[in-house]
Design a protein around this ligand. Structure first.
Ligand code: HEC
Ligand code: HEC
Ligand code: HEC
Ligand code: HEC
Ligand code: HEC
Ligand code: HEC
Ligand code: HEC
Length: 520
């Protein structure tokens, strides 16, 4: 089903609530139901803090029935503000915020942490020496935290207003589009029809329902033949997505999601399909935190041959199975926040994080070599040690399939970074031929055009790339340089002012602006 057809059949949770009022009421208070939405004034308290590495002072303040993020730097007159429009995260642990510039969505560099009751810099921004307002909110973020999203085709982070029709995980994200079911039920059909009940699916399809959001792994790669098709409940996630994980190293909790860690536990390995997320969690209910709830879940399997620890020691811990076997640890994904280790360990591990030679492993059967190549190229961005491996796999995949745009574009960028212009340039050309809207190819090919003296060609490629996402400071700065070289000083100045509009703390455009103004 194409994305458009899919969207048309989604009714929204409000319609489901007409007939399933009790479930809707129960579900509405869960973290998942409330994990994204529009910012309202009393959502979070006002506050302020200074981020030391950038010496930016942030103030969060109620304004015009919303919340405004103001920023300034001590000892300078540099300052500005953004209106926080959308939040992500139910607030149980923390909340991130999004703001828009025109129809484009960006992440705010600040988050509110419920545990400390404080505003702080967001994960991933801690060490930046300058304020960064240019991180694009891409589809995947809202895909996991909101429902019936409205991305604008051909853009990186453009969304129609509002960017999602339902904040949080809607009923239909787990049950599939409900139009046919609703129509049949309204006609008074006897049996429930045309709706997915995860509990009635085979294990792989059932587990896919939760894995679509709870399986992070080391890399998630869109399958080559998935096209614009999106996962929908009832299907197997592996039809549209290949997920790669690191193999477990000697008890170290390298796994990066609940799903992955559970799969590695002895409980899961020994009991197979029987054990799944639903064995311990009610999908419609607020998260249970009582020891008794989980003890009953454990004992449904461990009644005969129970715990090997001395009874007195267990009693001293309130016979809380989870406290000893599923301890809370630091998350890899969301810092400042503790997550439960779903590995169900024999003994709570100490700090065991040995790194050996590691091979990415496909989590689901059926992943192809090109998926592995894409996964390594994603990991290579943060782990230089796997770059060569990524390059070799990409070369092989590109030789096999000369129309695989994703692979070709990755390979071109690898060759580019290796200084192989002779190999990179023709590949970028090919990528743009196959996909004229490809952002990275347009950006990088523009640089080759300039080197060849084709400034006009570069300008047109960069303008094209900026229509996909206008807040690419480097691209806009290059554009300004090219404009200046063509003698268009006024246009160059305008481009730099625009770059600073999106990225007020950027250094290069500010410096260039000074130079150009000096020249004029
Ligand atoms: C007009 C009334 C009506 C509406 C609207 C409605 N349902 Fe149902 N639904 C029913 C009835 C009746 C049943 C069968 C009895 C039952 O299980 O409650 C049912 C059953 C189900 C089942 C169980 C199916 C099974 O095979 O076990 C699911 C899941 C479900 N509905 C989800 C939804 C979702 C999601 C929506 C919103 C998109 C929705 N329903 C909207 C009336 C409705
Ligand atoms: C692949 C799905 C996925 C993507 C993509 C994703 N998240 Fe999450 N996020 C989750 C899940 C699942 C949790 C719950 C905790 C967990 O499983 O680690 C979570 C937790 C959070 C929390 C903590 C919420 C709380 O109070 O408990 C915040 C904040 C958050 N995410 C923000 C974001 C932002 C911002 C983005 C995009 C820039 C993003 N996430 C992308 C799935 C995702
Ligand atoms: C996070 C995934 C998820 C979400 C969101 C979700 N469900 Fe379910 N739902 C399930 C699962 C899993 C089952 C099967 C539970 C079982 O039998 O173990 C189920 C079962 C059902 C059933 C049939 C069994 C029953 O309990 O009566 C209905 C009806 C239903 N859901 C309606 C809804 C409605 C309405 C919403 C939104 C308000 C909703 N669900 C949201 C996962 C979800
Ligand atoms: C569309 C994405 C999505 C799907 C599908 C999904 N989850 Fe979640 N889930 C999330 C996000 C995001 C959070 C974090 C919510 C928050 O902000 O607190 C979460 C949180 C949770 C929590 C913690 C709840 C709490 O109140 O703290 C549990 C438990 C959970 N999910 C279980 C499941 C199970 C079981 C399934 C499958 C039946 C499932 N989820 C399907 C996205 C999803
Ligand atoms: C669906 C059944 C099932 C559930 C639910 C379950 N387990 Fe297990 N678990 C098993 C099986 C089967 C084994 C392997 C055989 C054995 O040791 O009994 C196992 C093994 C274990 C082990 C030994 C691990 C190792 O590395 O040797 C521990 C500890 C454990 N489970 C604790 C728990 C705890 C605590 C819970 C509840 C949070 C739980 N289990 C829930 C089935 C289950
Ligand atoms: C053997 C029982 C068990 C199974 C199976 C299980 N969980 Fe959990 N889960 C727990 C416990 C225990 C907690 C911690 C509850 C608390 O806050 O005290 C938890 C907490 C969570 C949370 C809240 C954040 C955190 O890490 O504390 C999420 C999200 C979650 N589980 C998702 C899942 C998903 C997705 C699956 C299926 C892949 C799953 N769980 C399977 C027992 C289980
Ligand atoms: C005080 C911490 C603690 C508590 C509470 C606790 N356990 Fe354990 N459990 C342990 C330790 C430690 C071991 C490993 C002993 C060993 O390796 O010799 C263990 C071992 C196990 C094993 C593996 C037994 C075997 O022979 O392989 C299972 C199963 C188990 N626990 C289940 C449970 C269940 C179910 C509960 C709750 C009813 C529970 N535990 C409560 C600490 C605890």
């Amino acid at each position: 089903m194409t994305m458009a057809a899919w969207a048309n059949e989604e009714m929204g949770s409000g319609v489901c609530a007409e007939c399933h009022a009790a479930i809707a009421k129960q579900y509405a208070i869960t973290g998942m139901a409330r994990t994204a939405g529009a910012v309202s004034p009393r959502l979070v308290p006002a506050g302020e803090f200074t981020h030391a590495p950038s010496s930016v002072r942030y103030r969060l303040e109620e304004k015009d029935k919303g919340i405004e993020m103001q920023f300034s730097r001590a000892g300078s007159d540099w300052s500005g503000a953004r209106r926080l429009e959308w939040f992500v995260g139910s607030g149980g642990l923390g909340r991130s915020f999004l703001f828009s510039a025109g129809s484009f969505l960006f992440q705010a560099p600040i988050s509110y942490y419920a545990s400390s009751g404080k505003w702080q810099i967001s994960p991933g921004y801690e060490r930046l020496p300058r304020m960064d307002l240019t991180r694009a909110v891409e589809g995947a973020c809202l895909q996991c935290h909101a429902s019936r999203t409205q991305p604008i085709a051909g853009t990186q982070n453009g969304f129609a207003q509002p960017p999602f029709l339902e904040g949080g995980v809607s009923c239909e994200r787990c049950h599939g589009a409900g139009k046919a079911h609703v129509e049949a039920m309204r006609r008074g059909a006897k049996a429930s029809t045309a709706i997915v009940n995860p509990a009635k699916l085979d294990a792989a399809a059932r587990d896919s329902v939760c894995a679509q959001c709870h399986l992070t792994g080391a890399a998630r790669v869109a399958r080559r033949n998935a096209g614009s098709a999106r996962y929908q409940p009832g299907a197997r996630l592996s039809d549209t997505l290949a997920v790669f994980v690191w193999p477990q190293m000697d008890g170290s909790p390298d796994a990066t999601s609940h799903y992955e860690r559970l799969n590695r536990s002895a409980c899961k390995k020994a009991s197979g399909d029987k054990l799944w997320c639903g064995s311990c969690h009610d999908p419609h209910g607020a998260r249970e935190q009582s020891a008794a709830h989980y003890r009953a879940r454990c004992e449904s399997c461990h009644r005969q041959k129970g715990c090997a620890e001395k009874a007195a020691v267990r009693q001293a811990r309130g016979n809380d199975c989870v406290a000893c076997h599923m301890p809370k640890g630091e998350s890899h994904m969301v810092e400042h926040v503790a997550f439960t280790d779903h590995g169900i360990v024999r003994r709570a591990p100490g700090a065991m994080r040995e790194r050996g030679a590691r091979e990415l492993t496909a989590f689901f059967p059926g992943a192809e070599e090109r998926d592995l190549a894409m996964a390594y190229s994603v990991v290579a961005m943060t782990e230089p040690a796997v770059r060569l491996r990524a390059l070799q796999l990409l070369e092989a995949a590109a030789a096999r399939d000369k129309e695989d745009v994703a692979v070709l574009a990755q390979l071109a960028q690898f060759r580019d970074r290796m200084g192989r212009a002779d190999l990179a340039e023709p590949l970028y050309e090919r990528v743009l031929l196959l996909d004229p809207g490809h952002g990275a190819a347009a950006v990088n090919l523009g640089i080759y055009r300039v080197k060849r003296g084709d400034t006009a060609g570069a300008i047109s490629l960069w303008e094209r790339a900026l229509r996909r996402n206008p807040a690419q400071t480097g691209v806009r700065t290059n554009l300004a340089v090219a404009l200046a070289q063509s003698g268009k000083l006024a246009e160059a100045e305008a481009a730099l002012l625009q770059a600073l509009e999106y990225d007020p703390d950027a250094e290069a455009p500010r410096r260039l602006l000074g130079e150009i103004r000096g020249r004029r």
